[in-house]
Design a protein around this ligand. Structure first.
Ligand SMILES: NC(=O)c1ccc[n+]([C@@H]2O[C@H](COP(=O)([O-])OP(=O)(O)OC[C@H]3O[C@@H](n4cnc5c(N)ncnc54)[C@H](OP(=O)(O)O)[C@@H]3O)[C@@H](O)[C@H]2O)c1
Length: 255
């Protein structure tokens, strides 16, 4: 029997960085990719770059912090291209924040995009996928969600909550035939990390990150974490008792 052509895949945050590289990788595999972001120009450029690839990228402009926009986007995708086969909720942002510049509005901004953006996506796609007993969802979090890291007093909690949300949903999704995965990258060279003014260990390109992600999406394992040695080190940090953990993170403080 000929293999079935997978249905459309929707990726948010597709216009730059990791999302853009993953969208192009999926189009290279022949997939129909719906690429979303707020900026229309970058999306149009992306669709143009994908021309000539076996698959196709269809731009769909939206803001993931708007729940109505996410629901409307799914309705449009399914009306035009059929049932959604896969969703990758990747849109995200970073605002450094520590004790000296602690501000609730920064935290709210990152929670709105990094946590609620993915949550709005889940709310939109879960009912259909669960009813069909088929579908794949991946949420991009971060190894910075394993524990609270210096200067990430807004970013770490937004990603920790995204990981916990997926952990909570995974068993029920699996029981209904839906694969839910979490993607935890280390440092990746993108516009998001361009604002970091500190050395980023084991920094990789967005294309290399996309290779890890595309390979992980082929599997059903819960977590796709990379680069592997860096993710392993961050996992060790996660299990350290507090005195040891703070001895390490104190060293990360900048003057
Ligand atoms: N780079 C890293 O080292 C790293 C490490 C761990 C995790 N991550 C995570 O990986 C994901 C992608 O990050 P990246 O590094 O590729 O960053 P990036 O290059 O800045 O890309 C972010 C993408 O999200 C979109 N976006 C931002 N806010 C949005 C909103 N409200 N609605 C819709 N789209 C929105 C951006 O486009 P518009 O601005 O046009 O909307 C852009 O397409 C994020 O979730 C990030 O937290 C990155």
């Amino acid at each position: 029997m000929a293999p079935q052509t997978p249905g459309p895949v929707w990726i948010t945050g597709a216009s730059t960085g990791i999302g853009r590289a993953v969208a192009l990788g999926l189009a290279r595999q022949g997939r129909l990719v719906i690429g979303s972001a707020r900026g229309n120009l970058d999306l149009a450029t992306l669709a143009e770059v994908a021309r000539g690839l076996p698959g196709r990228i269809v731009p769909l402009q939206l803001d993931v912090t708007d729940p109505g926009a996410m629901a409307a986007a799914l309705a449009k995708i399914e009306a035009e291209h059929g049932p959604l086969a896969q969703a990758i909720f990747n849109a995200g942002s970073h605002i450094p924040m520590g004790a000296a510049d602690f501000r609730v509005d920064k935290l709210q901004k990152l929670i709105a995009v990094n946590l609620m953006g993915a949550a709005h996506g889940l709310e939109a796609v879960l009912p259909g996928m669960l009813a069909r007993g088929a579908g794949r969802i991946a949420v991009v979090a971060s190894v910075a969600g394993y524990r609270g890291l210096p200067s990430a007093a807004a970013y770490s909690p937004s990603k920790a909550a995204a990981i916990a949300m997926c952990e909570a949903l995974r068993p029920e999704c699996a029981a209904k035939g839906v694969v839910l995965q979490v993607i935890n990258p280390g440092f990746v060279e993108t516009p998001l990390t361009a604002k970091n003014d500190f050395p980023m260990p084991m920094l990789i390109s967005a294309e290399k990150a996309a290779d890890y992600i595309l390979a992980g999406l082929e599997s059903d394992r819960f977590e796709i974490a990379f680069p592997r040695r860096f993710a392993f080190a961050m996992k060790l940090l996660r299990v350290l008792p507090y005195p040891l953990f703070f001895a390490v993170t104190r060293k990360l403080l900048r003057n």
